[in-house]
Ligand binder design. Sequence first.
Ligand SMILES: Cc1ncc(COP(=O)(O)O)c(C=O)c1O
Length: 367
Amino acid sequence: MIPFGDPSASYQAHKSQVDQAIKRVLDSGWYVLGTEVDAFEKEFASFHGQDFHAVGVANGTDAIALCLRGLGLSIGDEVITPSHTAVATVAGIEQAGCTPVFADIDPTSRCISPKSIEERVGTNTRAIMPVHIYGQPAEMHKILKVAKTHNLAVVEDCSQAHGAEIDGQKVGTFADISAYSCYPTKNLGGTGDGGVILCRSKEFAGKIKSLRQYGWNEARESIIPGFNSRLDELQAAILRVKLQHLADDNAKRRAIALRYNHAFQDLPITLPALSENELHAMHLYVLEYDRRNELMEYLRSHQIGATLHYPLAVHQHAAYAKRIRGWENLPFTEQFYHRNLTLPMYPELSNDEVERVIRAVKRFCQS
Ligand SMILES: Cc1ncc(COP(=O)(O)O)c(C=O)c1O
């Protein structure tokens, strides 16, 4: 079976460096929040340019909650976000005590629609949380304009878009602060849970560092009510290795996506848009097709791990159904969830495997 993603292939590709990093940590005898986390934070920040600060945390959901808490948001404060995202985005907003509100997506980018955000702004709205879904940058310039008009904070959910760019500027650097997951399947993934927050303000980074560990100050007195959301040294050391290869790995993903897009251009399929001025991180390759269930079954029966991201939009899950403002009016999101299909996408996919996927999709669609 060709899987849709393969974290073990990433380990094998960088094995000697990862093994050395693991040994270094085990030998050090210091396992949580230490020199590896410090170094990862500095390297991740400078990957995004000068004047940035990064804070390692336990996972991407916590990163979202900590961003909102760090901004001082809590009960009753509304955060506008798409329903077309991982459940984690919405779970993180609620974990912070805030109230999510759903906006629709733009059908081309599949990211939150600035127009729909504008329609949802109300008296309790405090923030916008765009998600760069599948590695496709959201329309940050328009989103920042809406935010400025209504005096709202912006927190980017970059969990699927490490290294993506708009006009040469990396996602995560447009908003006040940004949240990343470093779960093993992500473009920058460890071998366990991990997350990171990026911001411009040293003071804000200091607040997040306090919040991630019981609200402690340097004397270990809790000065604000906090969390336990620490990044461990093993994950940080592995993420330092992976960060060195992120740009190359993303380029390999894009090259595979271009091959898919080229091969499928004459089929009755909607392809991911790859625009000239954006660097798509191509976390997932997701097409849209009217007969996607049949195509998924066909591919699986030919040992190709096609799957759905996601089977349900967040407002369609029982835990969230009919209780999040905006849910009744998400036409592009609803339409997308009838047609989405994820094909295998990871940097280590071989030429032969890509060809196998292409041949099988074409055979089905042309039959
Ligand atoms: C868009 C998005 N946001 C947030 C998260 C949360 O990350 P984690 O699983 O590390 O908590 C994920 C990962 O699943 C994600 O894909």
